[in-house]
Design a protein around this ligand. Sequence first.
Ligand SMILES: Cc1cc2nc3c(=O)[nH]c(=O)nc-3n(C[C@H](O)[C@H](O)[C@H](O)COP(=O)(O)OP(=O)(O)OC[C@H]3O[C@@H](n4cnc5c(N)ncnc54)[C@H](O)[C@@H]3O)c2cc1C
Length: 369
Amino acid sequence: MKRLVLLGGGHSHLEVLRRFGEQPAADTEIVLVDHALFATYSGMLPGLIAGHYGFADCHINLEQLTRSAGARFKKSRAVALEPAIRVVKLEDGTRLDYDIVSIDVGSTPPTAQIPGAAEHAISVKPFDAFALHWEQLIAKVQNGHARKIVMIGGGAAGVELALAMQYRLAQVRVPAMQFELITAASCLLPDHHARARTALERLLAARKIAVHVNANVAGVKANAIELADGSAIASDATVWAAGAGAASWLAQTGLALDTRGFIRIDNHLSSISDTAVFAAGDCATMEGHDIPKSGVYAVREGPVLAGNLRHALAGEPLVPYHPQATALALISAGNRYAVASYGRAKLEGAWVWHWKDYIDRKFMRRYRD
Ligand SMILES: Cc1cc2nc3c(=O)[nH]c(=O)nc-3n(C[C@H](O)[C@H](O)[C@H](O)COP(=O)(O)OP(=O)(O)OC[C@H]3O[C@@H](n4cnc5c(N)ncnc54)[C@H](O)[C@@H]3O)c2cc1C
């Protein structure tokens, strides 16, 4: 009997489990390790924050999905990996031997280097902790203990979340809340074409959300954000949605990592330093490609990863993954309105939000039904 260990119930592993459930691998035990019982579908998180969705709409029960795939769910966190003896160590002391291990543990905003960020900023990841912090923040705002919220991060996640939070607070009738958004980049949404950027800048301006560009955060305090140029921005609640950092435990595995600490993989989604290790999603960096840390790519890697894990277990040749050159981004604007960005193309309207809602719900049904 061989053992395939899946670390993290990320977007790629959801598809791996679904496919192994449809077509079980002979003589193979599959174990999924995740400390969270529920996987959050990030595409719907801004809708959860805005109040359009409930918890069940955008969460997948990993234990149920694992069981339906004929696999075993282990609720714990990977803390170490020893490729030389093919063992994963878990937070609860368990040691799991493996024949093949696949890592899909995502990323977290890299706040560790910023003084005060861990204590005073609310990180958007892990998502389950963020959703909890958000409910606490709503209560704080309703009690009059916070009047100004500052979002750090000018990518799609930061923009969507700032608009979603503002929308939700308006629904719970909080008067005169102030929102600001700061980014170290020279513009908002630097990975998108100017057409999409202009549309979102217009929406932020219409909602009176001030944007600070070229603002490098040097420190976070309880009531202010300190910038590298010596200035400060007052903030009653600071939310951190900028950047993607690698899990620190990966550094001790001896696997080949890139300069940011992500696992270097080849186009078969296999570690360049160990053929028994696969990785996908945000925690991996593919050699020769500049793939954004985005759920779209993690989802697309899923089917290829599933196929290659099966091939690796059977000792068969692997198939390559070809990342798409451009990905569609549907960026929601708090209310039921969204902007679609695809290369140079931009579309917007309430219908774009309903289109996004249709796609997102369809995605969720694949892993729930
Ligand atoms: C607010 C927000 C909105 C976003 N919206 C979009 C969007 O609309 N479209 C899009 O393409 N991208 C979006 N993204 C980006 C997207 O969230 C990530 O790119 C995506 O989640 C990466 O998926 P993943 O499979 O790498 O890992 P994740 O989905 O992050 O999953 C990682 C899993 O691993 C588990 N895990 C972590 N560490 C361990 C460990 N040590 N041991 C065991 N398990 C572990 C976690 O609990 C989690 O279940 C958004 C991001 C944010 C912050």
